[in-house]
Design a protein around this ligand. Structure first.
Ligand SMILES: [Cu+2]
Length: 233
């Protein structure tokens, strides 16, 4: 009884953390592709689980111990080609169906190692214990706040000054590891207008939890004005 209470408590703790899964409410194309992969694999897995549980339930009822059958010895079966082919080919097909969009989206989204020439708003991102520095095309530098225009892709040039960090804006994109001495180019496609929370997703030291930032996606006019304004918002 005590165990039950403890596990119930632990389980509710787990659920408390679920209120903020913004990954599943994406606000841009990159995030939408990632969420699609999560839902798609979940759907495929659910089909498998459903089939397994239906068969499982059917078998334990159909072949349960009964008085009538207690002395029955089942027929000796040596292989069943049809069945074996089915449970070999079916999982392979399922894995192929899962692999095609996964590989396509992963390849498309993975950061490139060279300072790749991608079209869009170019931002130099420098991570260090425990802050994010964003440098715009006109050398405007801001800490922990990234303001970008909507519609255009955001091309991030990520680098770390010290240890490995990880760039993550759950509603938009990520996670991308940020390394010292190695620049990565990562593109966030078609972000929608809004304000989003970002964080470091790689434990990087004692104040790792404070390594947060904000991303504001604004209209192109507002971005222009912001770029040329003196004061840092
Ligand atoms: Cu960090």
């Amino acid at each position: 009884m005590k165990m039950k209470k403890v596990s119930l408590f632990l389980f509710s703790l787990l659920l408390v953390g679920c209120s903020n899964i913004t990954v599943l409410d994406p606000k841009g194309e990159t995030g939408k592709d990632q969420a699609y992969l999560i839902w798609f694999s979940l759907a495929l897995m659910s089909i498998v689980i459903l089939v397994v549980f239906i068969l499982f339930t059917w078998f334990i009822i159909r072949y349960r111990y009964t008085k009538e059958r207690q002395n029955v010895i089942p027929k000796d079966v040596k292989g069943n080609l049809k069945l074996e082919l089915t449970y070999t080919i079916l999982p392979i097909l399922l894995l192929i169906v899962l692999a095609v969009p996964t590989i396509k989206i992963t390849m498309h989204q993975s950061p490139s190692t060279e300072a790749a020439q991608e079209k869009g708003t170019q931002i130099d991102v420098t991570a260090k214990q425990f802050e994010w520095n964003f440098e715009h095309e006109n050398d405007k530098e801001v800490t922990d706040e990234l303001i970008v225009p909507e519609k255009e892709p955001i091309v991030l040039h990520l680098q770390s000054e010290d240890v490995i960090h990880s760039f993550w804006v759950p509603e938009l994109a990520g996670k991308v590891d940020v390394f010292p001495n190695k620049e990565l180019t990562y593109v966030i496609e078609k972000p929608e207008k809004g304000t989003y929370k970002g964080k470091c997703a790689e434990f990087c030291g004692v104040q790792h939890t404070d390594m947060t930032f904000t991303v504001k996606v604004v209209s192109e006019e507002d971005y222009d004005e912001y770029l040329h304004s003196e004061k840092h918002e």
